[in-house]
Design a protein around this ligand. Sequence first.
Ligand code: COA
Length: 317
Amino acid sequence: MVRILGLGAYAPEGVLRNDDFTRFMDTDDEWITSRSGIKSRRIAPANVLTSDLALEASRMALDRAGLSPRDLDMIIVATSSPDTLTPSTACVLSAKLGAGRIPCFDISAACPGFLYALEVARGLLRTGSYRYILIVGVESGTKFIDWHDRGTAVLFGDGAGAAVLTEDESRYGVLATYLKGDGRLGDLLKIEVGTAYPPGSWGVRMKGREVFRNAIVQMGEAAVEVLKRAGMTAEDIDWLVPHQANLRIIEATRERLNLPKEKVFVNIHRYGNTSAASIPLALNDMLEENLLREGQNVLAVSFGAGFTWASAVIRWG
Ligand code: COA
């Protein structure tokens, strides 16, 4: 089975609390907390790039896997906030790690990017052509934020999570995956950077209420469908690890599965929405809080711009 040999994460040190916004924006802690569940988020300074966050998380993942960068056969980075459009952040990361002449490329799949990368890596590992693949979900998306747009500025944060994957005879690993997308709904959530937008007009644009409605439906669908593929019911799940975008979306997903609150991991209050970093950052917090046990079934579910949505059932170990 394809499994996680080592996991790592990193969040930049700079903390922006809800109260900090009140100095330059018409908002307050009560609104942000009750509408989203977010209390603070981490912000990478201008000179700390997406690849720098990825580097910290990757080193931790490699360390825990007992491997060195030279052991890697491929690097896949999922991000919507690359250092540059080209070279890919995966290539920049490969050079910073000293991984040598291995294939490296980015995936643009927004918040479910880490789960998309997991699926791509899983397929490639199963061909037998690669032994160890590093996947990373990373964002310093706050660099694109319009700090005057209170509907988006308060929601996002920076961070990184990484996993070294391999395929072996183990009974632990990825049991099932589910990936979906619908490009027709792309206008509802965008990072407007690219050939469609003139220089100087950058920004994150979101129709929050529509995104919210879609997120609830698609997160629920992804959770239910991947359980079917794994031949499981919600009762078999030890942990729901949802994308941390909004506590009310997390709560709706929990209700759809009829899971008790104790089985749902939440760290949105600490980091806000870190997009592609959200799932691995959550898994890493769980590891460090000693919550994950060998043999537990973990259901990871995510939704984001595109729209894209995805899920995976992983037997931990
Ligand atoms: N502080 C105070 N008021 C704010 C605010 C802020 N930071 N942001 C928006 N508001 C105001 C709005 O202007 C609006 O005022 P109005 O009624 O006078 O026009 C009011 O609050 C309600 O806005 P609305 O967007 O309807 O609130 P909401 O309950 O839908 O919550 C979000 C807003 C953004 C928290 C919510 O829609 C959401 O989480 N959407 C999904 C976001 C998401 O997950 N995106 C990423 C997907 S990966």
